[in-house]
Write a protein that binds this ligand. Structure first.
Ligand SMILES: [Zn+2]
Length: 298
């Protein structure tokens, strides 16, 4: 089954609903960063939350957003980048966190993320200044933290569910989530009905593991209610790094730094933190970059 995100309207449009199957996307992140299960669940949930946020909140083709989660947990910082076309990339500072399950028998994401810290969302909408919103971490489990961000920073009452199921061999068995947003003017009855439904919802990753599609997830949540499905957006792990981008980064170090790399290391290896791709620059490459610096100054 391919990863995609489904968008829908419920309760005459007073509720906007999004659901995503992100199993292959999170599996790709797990492989690229060689994350262990606790890190995988935290990174995966952060990526799913970012996908839901970017595909519900961004409009333009060139708009993108970055979510930074900086807590006092064992995983360190988590940085995710997403756009409105379903692309997402990200990493966790400590990819090898493996701690015991929590009291509910689930992966202890709170232990990886921490409870003291901040969640920051930076939206690049193609304007001069990016929009930026920051909230304190309220849970560390991430679903509630995204919910709190939406309510507090964007004034959108919402519910966010994020779920990652890791197999015994550390591979990703299922991953996905949902985001439900309450529009202004919605009845109290609608909201309390929604709360009851969500309180009784099985774990999303179990539903995905059982083969449910994003549309079926929404049908389970809103059973008995007419749902107007809007569109499907394919989602995938995608990084836009290139050797050219790293060339520019090396050039900013200056000719003297590059000379040291040539003389001492006979080359340079750069690694993209988002996707772990490596780019190697041999002595000849580095000399060419020095030439560009000289050319640029002339
Ligand atoms: Zn990359």
């Amino acid at each position: 089954m391919k990863d995609y995100l489904a968008k829908a309207l419920v309760y005459s449009g007073y509720i906007r609903a999004y659901a995503v199957n992100a199993t292959a996307t999170i599996a790709e992140a797990q492989k690229r960063h060689d994350t262990w299960h606790s890190s995988s669940a935290a990174l995966g949930r952060a990526m799913i939350g970012t996908m839901l946020l970017s595909n519900s909140g961004l409009k333009g083709e060139d708009e993108r957003l970055t979510v930074k989660i900086q807590g006092d947990g064992l995983g360190g910082a988590i940085i995710i980048d997403g756009d409105a076309k379903g692309n997402v990339k990200g990493y966790i500072q400590n990819s090898h966190v493996s701690i015991p399950l929590n009291g509910d028998g689930k992966i202890d994401v709170r232990g990886v993320v921490g409870t003291n810290g901040v969640l920051t969302v930076i939206k690049d909408l193609g304007l001069k200044e990016p929009f930026s919103g920051q909230v304190p971490l309220v849970s560390g489990e991430l679903g509630d933290d995204f919910t709190y961000y939406l309510a507090s920073s964007e004034q959108i009452p919402s519910a966010v569910g994020l779920s990652v199921l890791v197999d015994k061999d550390e591979t990703i068995k299922a991953a996905g989530g949902f985001m439900i947003q309450v529009m202004p003017g919605a009845d109290e009855e609608v909201i309390s009905d929604l709360e009851t439904r969500l309180a009784n919802l099985p774990r999303v990753s179990d539903l995905i593991d059982a083969g449910k599609t994003p549309e079926e997830l929404l049908e389970i949540i809103f059973e008995g209610q007419p749902i107007m499905f809007l569109e499907e957006v394919p989602v995938q792990f995608k990084c836009d790094c290139s050797k050219e981008k790293f060339s520019q980064a090396l050039i900013t170090l200056g000719s003297h730094e590059l000379q040291l790399m040539i003389e001492e290391d006979h080359g340079a290896e750069t690694v993209c933190s988002f996707c772990n791709n490596k780019y190697y620059f041999d002595e000849e490459d580095l000399r060419a970059l020095q030439q560009e610096i000289v050319g640029g100054q002339a």
